[in-house]
Design a binder for this molecule. Structure first.
Ligand SMILES: CC(=O)N[C@H]1[C@@H](OP(=O)(O)OP(=O)(O)OC[C@H]2O[C@@H](n3ccc(=O)[nH]c3=O)[C@H](O)[C@@H]2O)O[C@H](CO)[C@@H](O)[C@@H]1O
Ligand SMILES: C=C(OP(=O)(O)O)C(=O)O
Length: 416
C-alpha cells in the first residue's frame, strides 16, 4: 500500500498552480449525459473521483477521451442508464446521475452512493424533490430505481441547502416540462459553475448563487466547451499548510472571490494575504493566532471541507481555539490522528477545542477520509521529523498530486 512520507518542521516557501475543482467537475460530468452529443471540458482535475465518473459514463455507453486535463465526452451512445454498483459505491457524487438520467432517459438505476464517512449522509431530500417532479423512485436492495414518462417542473423547498439535492433537482429540471423553482437551494460556487456550464449548452437557469433558482425546461441541448474553475478547497488546504509551517507561498489561479470566509479566517490567524490578478500571495511567517470560535456552515459560511485542515494549523497556534462543525456530524475523526503527533484536542459533540502547542512530532498516522488526510499532510509538513501517512487513496479522491504540489511549495515529501 502506498503511503506518504514527509520530513517536516521547516517553513514552506514556494508556489503552485491550483488544480481544477473536484466539486464542480463531478456534477458537470453527470450533467453531460443530458446532451446527446459532444462536450469538451478543460482543466478537469486528474483525481480518482473523476476517473470513476469517466468509468461510469463509459459503462453507460458514452465515449470518453482524455488528453491531459481535457476531456471530450460523446454521450450520444448512452443506452444503459444504470450506475454500476462497484463504481457508484466508491463516491458520493454518483447520486447526481439520478436527476440527470431521469431527465434524459426517463429511467435510472443507481446504487446508494458511497464516499467518505463523515456522517450519515441520507438522500431523502434528493428523492423527495424528484418525487415532486413526478418521478417514481423505488428504494430497496441497496439501490434506487427511478422512472418517469416526463419529468414536470415543480416548486421545491429544501429544508437545508443541500449541495447534492440542489444539483440533482437542477439536472432533472433542465429537460423537464415547464418551470422548476428551488427555494432554500445551496449557494456554493460549484452550483453557479454547474449552471454556467448547463446554460452554455442551452439550458435556461436563473438565480444560481442565490437560494432561489429557477429552471425553465428546454427540449434539447447543444455541443459545448467549458473550462472548469480552480478548486477553492485545494487552495484553502495549501493556505493552511503555509500557516501551519509559518511559511510563504504563491497560490496561482486561486479563486479568491469565492473564499472570503476562508481568507478572513487566515487573516485572523495572523497570515498576510495579498490578492493579485494571478493569484493569492500568502505570508504566514508571523501567523500563530488561535481562533476563539470558527463555525462551519453552508456557503457563504466557512466550508466544512476545510475544517480538518484549519484544525491542523490551529494545533500550532498560540492559545485555545474552538471549532463547531455544523454540516456533518462525524467530521472530527482526524483529531485522534493529530493527537498521535502531539496535538491537544478535545471533542465534545459538535465542538472541538484545540489547545495550541509549540511543536508537533512526526508519527505514523492514517488518513480517515479525504480532507482528514490533507490535514495530516499539513501537520506532517509542520511537525519535526518523519511523518508517514497511510490511506493515501482517500487523498487521491480530491488532490491530483498532493506530493507534487507540496514539493513545489517547498516541502520534503514523497509517495512511497
Ligand atoms: C461532491 C460534492 O460536491 N460534495 C460536497 C457536497 O456534498 P453533499 O452534496 O453530499 O452535501 P450536502 O450539502 O447534501 O449535505 C449537507 C448536510 O445535509 C444532509 N442531507 C443531505 C441530503 C439529504 O437528502 N438529506 C440530508 O439530511 C447531510 O447529511 C449533511 O448533513 O456538499 C458538502 C457540503 O458543502 C461538501 O462537504 C461536499 O464536499
Ligand atoms: C466530502 C467531500 O466530498 P464527497 O462529498 O465527494 O464525499 C469533500 O470533498 O470533502
Amino acid at each position: 500500500m502506498a503511503c506518504i512520507e514527509i520530513y517536516g518542521g521547516h517553513p514552506l516557501d514556494g508556489e503552485v498552480v491550483i488544480q481544477g475543482s473536484k466539486n464542480a467537475a463531478l456534477p458537470i460530468l453527470a450533467g453531460v449525459v443530458l446532451h446527446r452529443g459532444t462536450t469538451v471540458l478543460h482543466n478537469c482535475p486528474r483525481i480518482s473521483d473523476v476517473m470513476h465518473m469517466i468509468k461510469i459514463l463509459e459503462e453507460m455507453g458514452c465515449s470518453v477521451s482524455q488528453s491531459g486535463n481535457t476531456l471530450c465526452i460523446d454521450a450520444k451512445g448512452l443506452n444503459k442508464p444504470c450506475v454500476p454498483e462497484e463504481l457508484g459505491e466508491k463516491m458520493r457524487c454518483s447520486v447526481i446521475f439520478l436527476g440527470a438520467l431521469l431527465g434524459r432517459e426517463g429511467r435510472a438505476e443507481i446504487p446508494y452512493p458511497g464516499g467518505c464517512t463523515i456522517g450519515e449522509r441520507p438522500i431523502d431530500m434528493h428523492v423527495d424533490a424528484l418525487h415532486q417532479m413526478r418521478a417514481e423512485i423505488q428504494e430497496g436492495c441497496g439501490c434506487l430505481a427511478g422512472k418517469s414518462s416526463r419529468l414536470c417542473g415543480s416548486r421545491i423547498s429544501l429544508r437545508f441547502p443541500s449541495v447534492g439535492a440542489t444539483e440533482n433537482v437542477i439536472l432533472a429540471a433542465v429537460l423537464a416540462e415547464g418551470t422548476t423553482e428551488i427555494r432554500g437551494g445551496a449557494r456554493e460556487p460549484e452550483i453557479i459553475e454547474l449552471c454556467r456550464f448547463l446554460n452554455g449548452m442551452g439550458a435556461k437557469i436563473r438565480g444560481a448563487g442565490t437560494e432561489r433558482i429557477r429552471i425553465d425546461g428546454v427540449r434539447e441541448l447543444s455541443d459545448s466547451e467549458f473550462v472548469l474553475m480552480p478548486d477553492r478547497i485545494v487552495t484553502g488546504t495549501y493556505l493552511m499548510a503555509a500557516i501551519a509551517s509559518r511559511g510563504r507561498c504563491m497560490l496561482r489561479e486561486a479563486p479568491q472571490e469565492q473564499m472570503e470566509n476562508v481568507i478572513s479566517a487566515a487573516e485572523r490567524m495572523g497570515a498576510r494575504i495579498e490578492r493579485m490578478p494571478e493569484g493569492m500571495r500568502v505570508d504566514a511567517r508571523a501567523a500563530a493566532k488561535a481562533l476563539p470560535m470558527l463555525r462551519t456552515a453552508p456557503h457563504p459560511g466557512f466550508p466544512t471541507d476545510l475544517q480538518s485542515q484549519v484544525m491542523a494549523a490551529l494545533c500550532l497556534a498560540d492559545g485555545e481555539s474552538r471549532i463547531q462543525e455544523s454540516v456533518f456530524e462525524a467530521r472530527f475523526r482526524t483529531a485522534g490522528e493529530l493527537a498521535k503527533m502531539g496535538a491537544d484536542i478535545s471533542i465534545c459533540g459538535q465542538e472541538a477545542r484545540i489547545q495550541g502547542t509549540v511543536r508537533l512530532h512526526g508519527e505514523t498516522v492514517a488518513a480517515p477520509e479525504l480532507r482528514g488526510g490533507a490535514a495530516l499532510v499539513i501537520a506532517g509538513a509542520a511537525a519535526e521529523g518523519r511523518t508517514r501517512i497511510e490511506g493515501c487513496h482517500y487523498i487521491q479522491r480530491g488532490y491530483e498530486d498532493i506530493c507534487r504540489d507540496m514539493r513545489a511549495l517547498g516541502a520534503d515529501i514523497r509517495m512511497i
